[in-house]
Design a protein around this ligand. Structure first.
Ligand SMILES: Nc1ncnc2c1ncn2[C@@H]1O[C@H](COP(=O)(O)OP(=O)(O)OP(=O)(O)O)[C@@H](O)[C@H]1O
Ligand SMILES: [Mg+2]
Length: 292
């Protein structure tokens, strides 16, 4: 399968999803714990430098993003509506609506911007969408099976029995009814069911760098806890997370190592968990004061 029409966003999404997590084995061979030498830290991380991007043929939205997420760490991104958080996540995955006009992005030493979306996915990138799309006619089970199959070395087959066993296990852990495996991807799913389904994909595909864009929105309190447990279970020295959220409640479950505040297309402030508490109490007024 290849992208023939870059305007075909559904095809893009299918491709972008199918191979995330491919590099896990390679990563486990090369990586050391994140507190080891800085050279290794640099290699095994997401490094964004002076990233500028605009809507194709339109306004600039990312205005010089600098961000370094070493492997093993969880970084949270907060920020006002419309500040460019989702645009950043989509640009990192190669969404065709956006054009990168300057800057660089490396994932584990690879030039991400030089790769088509499917190669970025094979390099270990995964995005849980803020607004997951429906893919009518493709069942959840077949979708994930195709994704896992596509990342196998040539000539190797996916063990169907083991696959379905694992799928059932992960769905059970996420509290998902097994019937969701035969339903078309996200079709007719409630808001919370879609978000849970995004996390199912992440758990099955085991990416090296996972971006969660407002995965908490729409989840009830029990689902929030279950989904957070799933994410926490995936935290490891070989994996990094970029968690975009508006709410402290998610970051109480998925405790970030670093917190960034996004504003007007760039990272305006970086800090620790106290920044989350400050924003929860005072909002983003401090950004306006800095603008004045
Ligand atoms: N494809 C597009 N066409 C036109 N404008 C766009 C497009 N994508 C993003 N924008 C604009 O870019 C700005 C940033 O949008 P983005 O979705 O990245 O914000 P956000 O920080 O994720 O906001 P929220 O917290 O509400 O999810 C907004 O003003 C949005 O309208
Ligand atoms: Mg957004």
């Amino acid at each position: 399968m290849s992208i023939k029409n870059w305007g075909d966003v559904d095809a893009w999404r299918l491709l972008a999803r199918r191979d995330s997590g491919m590099m896990a084995r390679a990563g486990s061979v090369k990586a050391k714990r994140p507190d080891s030498s800085s050279a290794i830290r640099y290699e095994m991380s997401l490094v964004i430098k002076n990233l500028h991007a605009c809507v194709r043929g339109g306004q600039e939205i990312l205005c010089g993003v600098d961000l370094d997420v070493p492997t093993g760490e969880v970084h949270a991104i907060m920020g006002p509506n419309g500040s460019g958080k989702s645009t950043l996540s989509k640009v990192l995955c190669g969404h065709p609506d956006y054009e990168v006009t300057a800057g660089s992005v490396e994932l584990n030493g690879q030039d991400l911007l030089a790769m088509p979306p499917d190669a970025r996915s094979r390099a270990g990138l995964f995005l849980a969408f803020q607004y997951p799309v429906e893919v009518p006619g493709v069942s959840n089970a077949n979708f994930l099976r195709a994704a896992l199959k596509a990342r196998l070395p040539e000539g190797e087959e996916l063990d169907a029995v083991a696959y379905y066993k694992r799928l059932r296990k992960v769905m059970n852990e996420l509290g998902m009814d097994p019937k969701f495996s035969s339903r078309a991807v996200n079709e007719g799913f409630s808001g919370g069911e879609k978000k849970r389904n995004e996390v199912l994909q992440m758990l099955m595909l085991e990416p090296l760098c996972a971006i969660l864009d407002e995965t908490d929105s729409g989840l009830d309190v029990d689902a929030l806890r279950i989904v957070s447990q799933g994410v926490n279970a995936m935290r490891s020295a070989f994996r990094s997370f970029l968690v975009i959220t508006h709410y402290k409640r998610l970051l109480d479950y998925i405790v970030p190592d670093v917190v960034h505040v996004f504003h007007q297309g760039r990272i305006e402030r970086t800090g620790g968990r106290d920044l989350v508490d400050y924003i929860e109490e005072h909002g983003f007024d401090f950004l306006k004061k800095e603008d004045a």
